[in-house]
Design a protein around this ligand. Structure first.
Ligand SMILES: [Zn+2]
Length: 363
């Protein structure tokens, strides 16, 4: 097995329509439905997993992220039959669409329920004949990993690269929070199987790409340690889109690091990725004077703005009066919450997050 040939990246960080771990009710949709979409390159084979957006949009992302087009996609793999995981799947001109044999059966069963006038799943629209069943392996290096729970046929992809086992799970693991709690989503079909599948994933993967959230390390989750973690962090966007913006949270602080998304996109990403609104942000930290790190300047009305002192001193106002105004809004970054540390390395600044499971350097 030539593991070094495989690479992967997220094209979309998905989100849940409701996340009870953010205090959202299971009975109401707060966010639009968006699954996590992953691109896997196994040598020359281009694999799109769980396309959740229209092809035009994903093609822009493919171009921007890796310089590929929709016609370069060889395989569309869908973890289960739900529509949010196979959007425009049949529109990739050179792709063969696959799902597990059981997922195809799940889909056909729901269609037959509908035809008999019984209650059926709302996710069945589309052409079932476009998909081919696949079992055991998708390619020589990528195996199927059965994860019953969300649906009976929910099936992930497991592969090794750079010494790590990567699992793309589909909705039996909805997000990091649902993994931590070994919990299924409100529309989960079998909770006991979900629990077993999550345990099996934890034992077999190092990095998990869940159905509707960012990728995470499977072994960061020691519940006793979690309680002592002073700071949690999450990405609000992907690094190939723009500079990465992070949300850092302690018990009583909500901090935005390097706000690189512009106004509307920033507030949307924050809300969909955390359930927070911009008015709940109390601190914004820009780690240098570059405009790309202070894009969404005006929207955090209740926040104080900080920058490392040296950057403030060196800030040459070169974008006119607007820039001069921004400069006056920043204070020098002094006290950081417990668990965060500012470090300088080769004229650049970083934030170190000190957690029991290991330090993280951001951005
Ligand atoms: Zn889904």
């Amino acid at each position: 097995m030539n593991e070094s040939k495989i690479s992967w990246l997220l094209l979309t960080i998905g989100n849940l329509s409701r996340n009870k771990y953010w205090g959202e009710s299971n009975y109401c949709a707060y966010h639009s439905v968006l699954a996590t979409t992953t691109l896997v390159l196994d040598g020359d084979i281009v694999i799109l997993v769980d396309p959740s957006e229209p092809i035009d949009l994903l093609e822009i992302k493919l171009k921007q992220a890796v310089g590929l087009t929709a016609s370069d996609v060889d395989i569309v793999f869908t973890t289960h039959y739900h529509l949010d995981h196979r959007f425009d799947a049949d529109c990739y001109p050179n792709a063969v669409c696959y799902m597990s044999a059981q997922s195809l059966k799940d889909w056909e069963l729901e269609i037959s329920k509908k035809n008999k006038g019984k209650q059926y799943s709302p996710h069945i629209s589309g052409n079932v004949n476009v998909f081919h069943p696949v079992s055991e392996r998708l390619t020589k290096n990528i195996s199927l990993f059965s994860l019953p729970g969300h649906t009976p046929g929910c099936t992930g992809l497991l592969f090794r690269t750079e010494g790590k086992r990567i699992l793309i799970s589909g909705d039996t693991i909805m997000s990091e929070e649902y993994f931590e709690h070994e919990d299924g989503y409100w529309m989960n079909q079998n909770m006991e199987l979900t629990k077993q599948s999550i345990k099996k994933s934890a034992a077999n993967a190092d990095i998990i790409i869940p159905g509707h959230g960012d990728a995470f390390k499977a072994h960061d989750h020691n519940p006793d340690e979690e309680k002592h973690a002073a700071i949690t962090w999450r990405r609000l966007n992907l690094s190939w889109e723009a500079e990465c913006t992070y949300l850092l949270q302690s018990k009583d602080r909500n901090i935005i690091l390097n706000p690189s998304l512009s106004g509307g996109r920033m507030s949307q990403a924050l809300y969909d990725r955390s359930g927070l609104t911009v008015s709940e942000i109390d601190t914004v930290i820009s780690l240098d004077t570059a405009r790309k790190h202070r894009e969404s300047f005006e929207i955090f009305k209740n926040a104080q703005y900080y920058m490392p002192e040296k950057c403030l001193k060196q800030w040459n106002v070169c974008y006119g009066s607007e820039d001069a105004y921004f400069k006056t809004c920043y204070k020098k970054l002094e006290a950081l919450p417990c668990g965060m540390e500012l470090v300088e390395k080769e004229e650049k600044y970083f934030i170190i997050i000190k957690n029991p499971s290991g330090d993280r350097i951001l951005p």
